[in-house]
Design a protein around this ligand. Sequence first.
Ligand code: NAD
Length: 352
Amino acid sequence: MQATKRSPIIGYPTRSSCAKPAWPMNDSLFQHQPIPDLHLDPLRPLKGVIVGAGQVGMACAYAMVIKNLFDELVIVDINRDKLDGEVMDLQHGMSFVEPTTITAGTLADGAGADIVVITAGAAQQPGETRLALVQRNVKILQSLTPEVVAHCPNAIVLMVANPVDVLTYVAWKLSGLPSARVIGSGTVLDTGRFRYLLAQKFGVDPRSLHAYIIGEHGDSEVPFWSQATIAGTPLAPPDLPATEKAALDDIFYQVKNAAYEIIRRKGYTSYAIGLAVAQIVQAIARDQNRVLTVSSLINGMHGIDDVYLSLPAVVNRMGVTRVMKVKLSDRERDSLQQSAATLRSVIDQIQF
Ligand SMILES: NC(=O)c1ccc[n+]([C@@H]2O[C@H](COP(=O)([O-])OP(=O)(O)OC[C@H]3O[C@@H](n4cnc5c(N)ncnc54)[C@H](O)[C@@H]3O)[C@@H](O)[C@H]2O)c1
């Protein structure tokens, strides 16, 4: 079935809406990223590519298909048999959702895609160091990136494979694309876990609560307690009793260790990251200007330069066009700088 032209529905990007707010920007709120000069036909079919048909890639595909984010979705994997099986399984659900043309293919089949999601990554082998794993995943990127750029020169590249901040930096460098168009899923998942656990504690819907995890998606991530609120009411004010503070610290501990705990029990994580990636893709595809803690290039903020990490940033059809100039406490700023230093030291040790 051929994908047809999308009708102009509310929320679908138009050329005039792309990254252009109605009023002049207040520079005290945002740091602007250079915006690439893209002229897209807003009515052409939206095409997405997922590289890696593993647990994460397929959970992303499943969530995207249910949300009907693309007209065409091409899924790519080096394991052709597994890829064909996964795609057949997904295709057989098409009578239950809005139409998406799903194909098992190559990056060449994904030519002209709007968004390329990279979930292809090697898993850690017994006895293998984290750094050795990084180097192996960098090698995968070295083979993938030139193909992505050749076939999908206008795509926004969304990195999901781990370590996501380092790999996003490497993909940006290897691709030569504007930093606004190479982003990582960052701490969107961690932020979702944080909101879920806080929402459980305070008895509200997670969507009624503002709280962020910032920094590395990994061990050095930082809870942004000073801005955690429900309806503007701080959840962690300085005068919080010690028992309450311990309960909040425990919530952050659970967030930071969630992946280890899930992997110990079921071997991998998939559903929540699939939904998180679908939300990022929705923000891009529908030009939502949504504030998400994606991993973006940080230059000259909070004393941090030339590192990809997560801070609340505006995501739209151009990628990440603005990073919020959030106000951090001294402690949060120190922790964020340490997180950046951790990422920088990994980048300095790998070869690409
Ligand atoms: N960013 C996050 O929040 C987050 C969350 C969960 C997992 N992850 C990461 O996502 C990645 C994938 O995890 P998974 O559980 O799906 O692993 P998986 O082993 O199930 O799947 C990886 C897939 O990538 C494929 N692949 C490997 N090299 C390839 C290449 N060059 N081209 C195409 N396909 C290739 C493999 O054949 C496999 O099907 C891992 O790096 C994992 O750590 C990230």
